[in-house]
Design a protein around this ligand. Structure first.
Ligand code: ZN
Length: 237
């Protein structure tokens, strides 16, 4: 695991960052909404751990055109790493390929899923001063719902981070998104077994045809990844 960068570089990246986030906001928004510009903090708060939800045999939800959630999650996480790299931030990725992280001994799908989640918890806990951002996609029985929503773990700092990310997504990408952050349900194993600040971002609904098309689109994934990376670069803890 590589550590951060020197203070000098941080100051430079901070200045560049303000410009980039401004460009992101200006480039994306229509004239109806004032662009929100956040100041990149000179030093990031600890290590960022990015979790692309699901993977391998566990594809997660399936989109209206048949794309597994696991694939979209990974594409967004890899793009986040690219953007963060421009600022000297090198996040820890729990997976970088379409794989499950289960132990070799696991044979049934259920065993693999359980082992995968335990290994994700272990990997997050092994990072000193880490913050977990887990990337997922939402679904619903009705096609009409859309928009990103951030959930927070019952650990210190998680709710503040969730609110900051929700605000950044709204400012950069979804001015009409009125969703509020929510506590993560007890049933989400990973989020309830880590001891660091942790949020889960449901980036959008795979059951809404318009949003699903966006979530599969490389340019939109880049915008989403930039908004999420921008949130991390501007968080203060
Ligand atoms: Zn998921």
């Amino acid at each position: 695991m590589r550590r951060g960068v020197g203070a000098g570089l941080c100051l430079v990246t901070a200045m560049v960052g303000v410009v980039l986030l401004m460009a992101l906001a200006l480039g994306r928004l229509s004239g109806a909404v004032e662009p929100a510009v956040y100041r990149v903090v000179a030093r990031q708060p600890g290590e960022l751990v990015l979790d692309a939800g699901h993977g391998g045999e566990d594809g997660g939800a399936v989109s209206v055109t048949g794309v597994p959630e696991s694939q979209i999650n990974l594409e967004i996480v890899l793009r986040m790493r690219d953007v963060l790299g421009l600022y000297g931030v090198d996040p820890v990725l729990l997976r970088e390929e379409d794989v499950s992280l289960h132990d070799e001994g696991a044979s049934t799908l259920r065993e693999k899923k359980s082992s995968d989640l335990k290994n994700r918890v272990k990997a997050v806990r092994a990072v000193e001063d880490g913050t977990l951002v887990s990337i997922h996609q939402n679904t619903y029985s009705s096609a009409k719902y859309r928009g990103a929503q951030v959930f927070y773990a019952p650990t210190e700092g998680s709710r503040d981070l969730a609110e900051h990310i929700q605000t950044c997504i709204r400012a950069a990408l979804q001015p009409d998104n009125g969703r509020a952050v929510k506590p993560i349900p007890d049933t989400v194993y990973l989020m309830n077994h880590v001891d660091c600040p942790a949020v889960l971002v449901e980036c959008g609904f795979l059951t809404n045809p318009e949003e699903e098309a966006l979530l599969r689109d490389g340019d939109y994934q880049k915008q989403l990844a930039t908004a999420l990376a921008g949130a991390w670069l501007t968080v203060e803890r």
